[in-house]
Design a protein around this ligand. Structure first.
Ligand SMILES: Cc1cc2nc3c(=O)[nH]c(=O)nc-3n(C[C@H](O)[C@H](O)[C@H](O)COP(=O)(O)OP(=O)(O)OC[C@H]3O[C@@H](n4cnc5c(N)ncnc54)[C@H](O)[C@@H]3O)c2cc1C
Length: 181
């Protein structure tokens, strides 16, 4: 996120020429909300990539670093941590691909995109935090990318709608689907 400048913009009494309208007049909110569904797929994919990178760094380090006479990956406590990280990455990847395939097929995918955003960004937060743990003190330093992955995972739980908001979207979609069936 270091390369992405963040600022607030404020629009007051802006005149938009008719030939510059995006979609129909009065439908702005629904167009903006639809853009969020698509954006949530992008955030999910980035979160999975981030988690995969953190896992790769952790596995590599655990194979090289020795403690108590053997590589730390040979200590079951570390291997189990890595195994849980790998399971979280694969589960998150499968979840966002379900939503992305629905979008590609022209199906409704808002609920699935929110589920993917929630699952993938929570997985990225957990996996990147555990990667710092696997690297021990080195993980906390800027000599390795693990601490940067952890900071970047955090914002993903916040933007494109916080993960609390994803739960609201999912809950409302479930209620709508139940009422319609
Ligand atoms: C790096 C970065 C880039 C961003 N880029 C963009 C961008 O490109 N475009 C854009 O439009 N915005 C962008 N944002 C804004 C981002 O989408 C918002 O910060 C985010 O949606 C949360 O809104 P907020 O900060 O106003 O939090 P608030 O709404 O003040 O929420 C604060 C806390 O309360 C919780 N909360 C609020 N309401 C409820 C509720 N009803 N139930 C339960 N919990 C609730 C939230 O989940 C959160 O934990 C960006 C933010 C960051 C940090």
């Amino acid at each position: 996120m270091t390369g992405s400048t963040t600022a607030a913009i404020r629009l007051d009494d802006v005149s938009v020429p008719a030939d510059r309208l995006v979609g129909d007049r009065g439908r702005g909110l629904s167009i903006a909300l639809a853009a969020l569904d698509s954006g949530r797929l992008g955030v999910s994919a980035v979160a999975v990539g981030l988690a995969q990178s953190a896992l790769d760094v952790a596995v590599r380090y655990a194979g090289e670093r020795e403690a108590f006479g053997r590589p730390i990956i040979d200590h079951q406590g570390v291997a189990f941590l890595l195994a849980d990280m790998a399971a979280a990455v694969e589960s998150a990847r499968a979840t966002y691909l379900v939503a992305a395939r629905r979008k590609d097929a022209g199906k409704e995918y808002g609920r699935q995109a929110s589920i993917a955003k929630l699952v993938a960004t929570d997985a990225a937060m957990k996996v990147t935090t555990d990667a710092v743990q696997v690297l021990g003190g080195a993980g906390y330093t800027r000599e390795f990318p693990a601490e940067r992955y952890m900071r970047e995972a955090k914002v993903m739980q916040i933007f494109e709608g916080t993960n609390q908001i994803q739960r609201m979207v999912i809950g409302k979609a479930l209620a709508r689907e139940a009422a319609a069936s």
